[in-house]
Design a protein. Structure first.
Length: 113
């Protein structure tokens, strides 16, 4: 089983050779901006942040999820994180649930992130 944060990274394509999240050390595909800069981003690749290492990217992702997603159900969180206008959100939710053992109604806590 994967952790919630690892499942999001997998859903975003982190670890796949030459995929943007892998290239950019950005497992959560965090957009470049003030948040990313404040959490170690060293540049940008189109609209996405580039981090100096996977560790830095995971750290930024953990902070983002802890600040903006705790208290939401997994479905609410992923509808916000990977909105249907850009993603196949239902498949994203199904995969994260399969990979983590969580349910769509699981309420996210600090411990899960």
């Amino acid at each position: 089983m994967l952790s919630f944060i690892e499942a999001i990274a997998k859903a975003e394509g982190f670890g796949v050779p030459n995929a943007r999240p892998t290239r950019n050390n950005n497992p959560g595909d965090i957009e470049y901006g003030q948040f990313a800069i404040a959490h170690g981003a060293t540049g940008r690749d189109l609209r996405f942040a580039v981090f100096p290492s996977p560790t830095a990217g995971f750290s930024a992702m953990r902070v983002l999820l802890s600040r903006a997603y705790v208290g939401l159900t997994l479905t609410q969180a992923l509808d916000k994180y990977a909105p249907p206008v850009e993603n196949e959100t239902n498949a994203y939710i199904a995969n994260v649930c399969k990979w983590t053992g969580l349910t769509p109604d699981t309420v996210l806590t600090e411990e899960l992130i």
